[in-house]
Design a protein around this ligand. Structure first.
Ligand code: ADP
Ligand code: MG
Length: 401
């Protein structure tokens, strides 16, 4: 995968030299296992060919200078003053720069030495659409600093450090899935990830199918209160069920049968939230079996069920996402569709028979417009490998081509 053509020239314009390295880090789409990461469950993300790109060189000063090409903004931060979240002139950091600054800070917290950096950042991952533009930026900076420093982290540790950046520096209480997927992606595969044990394995996507992402265009920021309310409900359900069942430390430990027997002890809203999580954990593991046997139809059916559960039990959908899934359900060649990401807007993910993709893309956008008066963008995505860096020698070749 080549970097965007304007990346290297933008670096040259900004720093008057050629970059030493280009880093890429993919976004991700989650196929199943939604809102289960903070319940120790299993998730099934795919690293996708929408990418955060960085062109970078080490610099001799103790400054991190980053140009955000897509925003037309730049910032310089003193490397030994990350704690205060101010730029080199003492002004508060712009929000987007919390991600690179947070990674630098989290690396330092782990006693990993990093040096000054000149960097240009650009990304093809839509912002705030549930495809993890933020994690991709964190990961791209982490692999860049690793390439320029003397240390080498295993990818899971690096994912955890990036998560720390987002949790403790940016202040977003996310799980590990996004950073994990961006670092561990395997071309042509989904990644079954156990959020408790951190074990994972690639699972091939079914032959003859395509993954289609449809962006509803709706950006309703996941209200902190709505998200926190759901986390609290899960914690409450866990406490109550743990009093009745042995060895329950999270909702992932509750089987569907055990839940049926004991859920009467939960208040109705809490019960619905917990039911989604218990079902979704079982659904994700069952879905993986369908993937392993190449059964797109069986897998897709569970995607539809997952959406209904997020809509009715967990209540994190919105009318536009429901319309996208409804339309997809009636289109030829669609095996399954569901909202992906935290919900309240963003994207759906669809599993579509290869031969039907063109008509699917057209019909989905047209029908969505007819029913909502809103524009959806829909595209086929590829499952790609995890984040990587290319050093200057390779770049020169790319440059000349
Ligand atoms: P998501 O990760 O689902 O896309 P987040 O709200 O977690 O959404 O992260 C989006 C934030 O990441 C943006 O508000 C911005 O601060 C930062 N970001 C994403 N893409 C870019 C970009 N191309 N350039 C600069 N900052 C970006
Ligand atoms: Mg994010």
């Amino acid at each position: 995968m080549n970097p965007p053509p304007n990346l290297l020239s933008a670096f040259n314009n900004a720093f008057n030299k050629l970059p030493k390295l280009v880093a890429r880090a993919p976004g991700r789409v989650n196929l199943l296992g939604e809102h289960v990461d903070y319940n120790d469950g299993w998730v099934l993300p795919v690293a996708i060919d929408h990418t955060a790109w960085i062109a970078a060189s080490p610099c001799s000063s103790d400054l991190i200078s980053v140009h955000a090409l897509d925003l037309g903004e730049a910032v310089s931060i003193q490397i030994d003053d990350l704690e205060h979240k101010v730029d080199v002139r003492g002004k508060p950091l712009p929000a987007w720069s919390y991600y690179p600054a947070g990674v630098a800070w989290a690396l330092q917290q782990h006693s990993l030495q990093i040096g000054g950096l000149d960097a240009v950042l650009t990304s093809t991952i839509p912002l705030g659409a549930g495809l993890s533009s933020s994690a991709a930026i964190e990961v791209a900076f982490a692999v860049t600093w690793q390439a320029f420093s003397g240390w080498q982290l295993n990818p899971m540790t690096m994912a955890q450090i990036c998560q720390t950046a987002e949790n403790a520096y940016v202040g977003v209480n996310c799980g590990l899935m996004d950073q994990f997927a961006s670092l561990h992606g395997v071309a042509g595969n989904a990644l079954l990830f156990d959020c408790r044990t951190l074990e994972w394995e690639p699972v091939p996507l079914p032959q003859g199918t395509s993954l289609v992402i449809a962006d509803s265009g709706v950006r309703r920021s996941l209200g902190d209160s709505a998200y926190n309310e759901r986390r609290t409900a899960c914690e409450q359900a866990t406490r109550t069920l743990a009093e009745r069942l042995p060895n329950v430390h999270a909702l992932r430990d509750v089987s569907i049968d055990a839940f049926d027997q004991h859920s009467h002890a939960l208040p109705s809203v809490v019960r619905r939230r917990a039911e989604h999580v218990v079902d979704e954990c079982a659904r994700t593991l069952e879905a993986v079996e369908h993937l392993r046997s190449g059964d797109a139809l069986g897998f897709g059916k569970l995607m539809y069920q997952g959406h209904a559960s997020l809509r009715d039990l967990y209540q994190v959908s919105c009318p536009e996402l429901d319309v996208l899934v409804e339309i997809a359900t009636g289109l030829p060649g669609c095996y399954g569709a569901r909202l992906t990401g935290a919900g309240f807007g963003g994207c759906t993910v669809n599993l579509v028979k290869e031969g039907n993709v063109e008509s699917f893309l057209q019909a989905l956008s047209m029908e969505y417009w007819n029913r909502t008066g809103k524009q959806a963008s829909a595209w086929v995505c590829q499952a790609v490998g995890g984040a990587s860096t290319s050093m200057a020698t390779t770049l020169k070749r790319i440059n000349i081509q």
